[in-house]
Ligand binder design. Structure first.
Ligand SMILES: Nc1ncnc2c1ncn2[C@@H]1O[C@H](COP(=O)(O)OP(=O)(O)OP(=O)(O)O)[C@@H](O)[C@H]1O
Length: 194
């Protein structure tokens, strides 16, 4: 693991299986604390669409520049979708903190492992569904996924929950059973500056 920097405010990594309630709680957090939290701006090699501003929607870069940044270990994670590269850079997360905002990283398990290799000195929060059965109900209730996608998400959920049990991975695990209770715990963790 990289030595921890003294980056302030410390970024927060929110992870948890698909359907565990990350979007629901993050939406509330951003609404209730306007300006206090922020998301990092991703890099991409795709062309900007009309109205998309460089440095706001994305950091638009050439493929060469992107590959160079990969070589320099500048990315927390990156991936290719339909011929374009996308990634979250370490610097983009630091830039949010430099503006005085707590950067929120909403990522999955592999991303968590990657953040741990950086010097971002993040705090780690895992959102756990009460059970896989309830998770399945919520994913169906959300109505956004086809059966095949639901099965895939449930399989991945089991792996994420298993990994979350590793000692020292997360600073806090919140079981999202009762939404109001989960919100209170989530809010408290996120506003805590320590
Ligand atoms: N405590 C809760 N009780 C009942 N339903 C909940 C609770 N928390 C979230 N939900 C519902 O569960 C569904 C999944 O929540 P949400 O979309 O926030 O998950 P997510 O973790 O952001 O998923 P993804 O990673 O796929 O974006 C939503 O329909 C949401 O309204």
């Amino acid at each position: 693991m990289a030595p921890a920097s003294n980056l302030k405010p410390r970024p927060i990594v929110v992870s948890g299986p698909s359907g565990s309630g990350k979007s629901t709680l993050l939406k509330r957090l951003f609404e209730q604390y306007p300006g206090r939290f922020g998301f990092s701006v991703s890099h991409t090699t795709r062309q900007p669409r009309p109205g998309e501003e460089d440095g706001v929607a994305y950091n638009f870069v050439t493929r060469d520049a992107f590959l160079k940044l990969i070589d320099e270990n500048g990315f927390i994670e990156h991936a290719e979708f339909s011929g374009n590269l996308y990634g979250t850079s370490v610097q983009a997360v630091k830039s949010v903190a430099e503006k005085g905002q707590t950067c929120i990283l909403d990522i999955e398990m592999e991303g968590v492992k990657q953040v741990k290799k950086t010097d971002l000195n993040a705090r780690y929060l895992f959102l756990q569904p009460p059970s896989v059965e309830i998770l399945e109900k919520r994913l169906r209730g959300r109505g956004t996924d086809k059966e095949e996608a639901i099965q895939k998400r449930l399989k991945q959920a089991a792996k994420e929950i298993e990994y979350s049990k590793t000692t020292g991975v997360h600073d806090q695990i919140i079981v999202n059973d009762d939404l109001e209770k989960a919100w209170e715990e989530f809010r408290t963790f996120c506003v805590d500056e320590s």
